[in-house]
Design a binder for this molecule. Sequence first.
Ligand SMILES: [Zn+2]
Length: 384
Amino acid sequence: MTNELFRRLTTVYLGEAIRYPKLRAVTLAQWALESGRGGSVLARDHYNFGGLKWRKEMTPYATKVKYAAHDGEDFYCKFATLENFIAGYWAFLNRTPYSGWEANVATPEKFIRFIGPTYAPRPDYADAVLALVPEAEALLADVEKAEVAAVKPAVVPASLGAIVIDPGHGGTSDVSGSSANNAISASNVKEKKLTLDFALILRDELLRQAAARNETVQVVLTRTTDVNVTGKARAAMAFDHKAKLFLCIHFNGAKTATIRGAETFYRAKENDNINLEADMEFAGAVQKALFTALKTLDPGAKDRGVKPDNQGNPNLPGFGVLNDISLGNDRRQTPCRAAYIEAEFITNPSVDKLLISGPNAVQNRTAAMAAVAGACLTQMRNIP
Ligand SMILES: [Zn+2]
């Protein structure tokens, strides 16, 4: 059995274009072995599924964390997101000790027998990894099937209905209504990577909290891979899934490093919001849950409040992704409620430590998303 975290890693890995796709299963098997199928402290707290020790070449991908493994205390890699781990793993192999590995990629077995003796001292290492390949292949197939099913209308409608979560940005080029990336964190992590990670955690929290009350919820993500999607196509998913809620996840950046705080936007009245009160209620509930959770984790957290998407300037067009016509709300009896979170300023070093690079970053973002999930589910229970 694999845990939620290892399934999330598998979801993200399926979407990554790696140079040798036929090595996907064997490397996933290796990570399953190294991380105890996602159960290790290094995996859980630092997204380090490979037991990768810190090396200076890992600077673009990871930060340094002290950890006491079975072979004593040492510095290991801490990855801010699952995408960063995947990129970091392949970069790790491009270091001198593994020279020549790309001449040994004809088969998964050849690959693991080449890198194995350098990666781990145990003589049966490659065999142990190879023994897990069928399990990794089955997991990849199962997760792929689940992701395809998640974006289709549910055969059995969920008792609480559907929610669309929209991880902001993605990919490498700007598209209409969505730039590839905006903010970059103090520790050099891109906003688009964080939005996806937070969205995947939020999805798991929604499913878990609903299941705990014998409820079901359909959770749809506008993207689960590093691709960009137009603002209109993101919003259209709310209509396609008859969603009750549509929630965008973003992070702020500022030139002034001390600026911080959480804020949530709704469609302004002047931007032809056709369900203003409902949107404001949803945005308010999300903001309250998010800020309360952040404040519990860090007394320095700031509440920047709930705001219209024109920020009070009637001449500003607002966020296209919140446009009611794009959301299909002009064609529905009960319009979808939409809100847009700017969870924090990732350019602030304290925020970076809290949510990205610090030892408790993964637990902290999980706590924040658990609170947001709770607020969303309460909304969904109260919408017919
Ligand atoms: Zn953004």
